[in-house]
Design a binder for this molecule. Structure first.
Ligand code: OSB
Ligand code: MG
Length: 369
């Protein structure tokens, strides 16, 4: 791929409104933008989606910066590759650190697609020209949730996800259902429950949810299988699935009926596609998860969600869901509940250089010989 330079930009942006879960409150989003430039001056972009603290997975912005700077970029400097797929074996010698790996791997995919004058969707064998868009409501106020849902329906979103936990579930969902009896709703627990809460979880069946996402702990693969036998609401796994092997195990054991695929969580587009292909073959529907991300990661998600197995609207919302001004141009927009899949080379969005500049905390450069 004749890489000439890699640049890392650490950026920070305030969310329009706080994103509240039982695990914490995100008000400001830090992220890492990876820019890989080849000898012809073509640049590919990726985004590190780890948060500032390890509340969602074990990685943070700082651990990703370390992994990229001291491990992954030096590995690539020593081992030139011809195709982004080769990072799969190259990164195999490094345990976990999936979001750091994905940040670099996705940039290489964008560069590779641009270099071949193909859209990233085409490169990944996507089949959709538009993808269905869903959105997440993350607040501890029922009144605010109802207000936000009303707005999001007006904006055209095809399904709404709400965050739940044992202190905010039955009454919360009853009230939402009272206002929106037929709305496609799913609930994400981010591991707020254990099997001791079996009766509470059974009680959620009456709300006709599309699914319940990650009710139990990330390692509770067996417990999720036990739970799925006792509830009629389909279980969707998020935090539990960090690899192809995890997906296989969960499906084989009956721990879930749906999988949320996040590129960062599973270590890149290659692994995301492997999980997709397996689920497609097994008839397990998948959807693309979100990470309160900036436009680069949003663009990679759009390309991934154009694959045929992504039959459920994911957490891919408009740039304006979280940001006053995104770092890409044009921004991601939702129209009639869908997002257009770009047909121009690579991710199909340009960088908003002014915005990248004004949100930048620091920058690092690496030269390749
Ligand atoms: O559990 O899906 C999750 C955001 C950050 C971390 C974890 C999760 C989320 C979301 C998606 O719910 C939010 C979004 O980007 O739309
Ligand atoms: Mg989730």
């Amino acid at each position: 791929m004749k890489i000439k330079t890699i640049e890392l930009f650490v950026i920070q942006m305030a969310l329009k409104s706080p994103f509240l879960t039982h695990l914490g409150n995100v008000k400001d989003r830090e992220g890492i933008i990876v820019k890989v430039t080849n000898a012809d001056g073509v640049s590919g972009f990726g985004e590190g989606v780890a948060f500032s603290t390890p509340w969602y997975t074990e990685e943070t912005v700082t651990t990703c910066l370390h992994m990229l700077t001291d491990i992954l970029i030096p590995l690539l400097q020593k081992n030139p590759i011809k195709h982004p797929d080769e990072t799969f074996s190259l990164f195999k010698s490094i345990r976990r650190n999936n979001m750091a790996k994905a940040a670099l791997e996705t940039a290489l995919w964008d560069l590779y697609a641009k270099d071949h004058a193909a859209s990233l969707s085409t490169m990944l064998e996507g089949t959709r020209s538009v993808i269905a868009s869903g959105v997440v409501v993350a607040t501890d106020s029922t009144a605010k949730a109802i207000q936000q849902i009303e707005q999001y329906i007006e904006d055209g979103y095809q399904r709404i996800k709400v965050k739940i936990n044992p202190k905010q579930d039955v009454d919360f969902l009853s009230e939402i259902r009272r206002f929106f009896p037929d709305l496609p709703i799913m609930a994400d627990a981010n591991s707020a429950y254990s099997l001791h809460d079996l009766e509470r979880l059974k009680a959620l069946d009456e709300f006709n949810l599309m699914m319940i996402e990650q009710p139990l702990a990330p390692n509770d693969i067996i417990e999720h299988a036990v739970l799925q036998k006792q509830i009629s609401t389909p279980i969707c796994l998020d935090e539990s699935i960090v690899s192809f092997e995890d997906a296989k195990l969960a499906v084989e054991l009956g721990s879930c009926k749906v999988i949320n695929i996040k590129v960062g969580r599973v270590g890149g587009l290659n692994e995301a596609k492997r999980i997709h292909d397996y689920c497609y073959e097994k008839g397990i529907p998948v959807w693309c998860g979100g990470m309160i991300e900036f436009g680069i990661s949003r663009a990679h998600n759009i390309a991934l969600a154009s694959l045929p197995g992504f039959t459920i609207p994911g957490d891919i919302s408009a740039s304006s869901r979280f940001w006053d001004e995104d770092i890409i141009s044009p921004e991601v927009i939702v129209k009639n509940g869908v997002i257009d899949v770009p047909v121009t080379p690579g991710i199909g969005f340009s960088i908003n250089e002014k915005r990248l500049q004004e949100t930048q905390l620091c920058k690092k450069s690496f030269a390749f010989s």
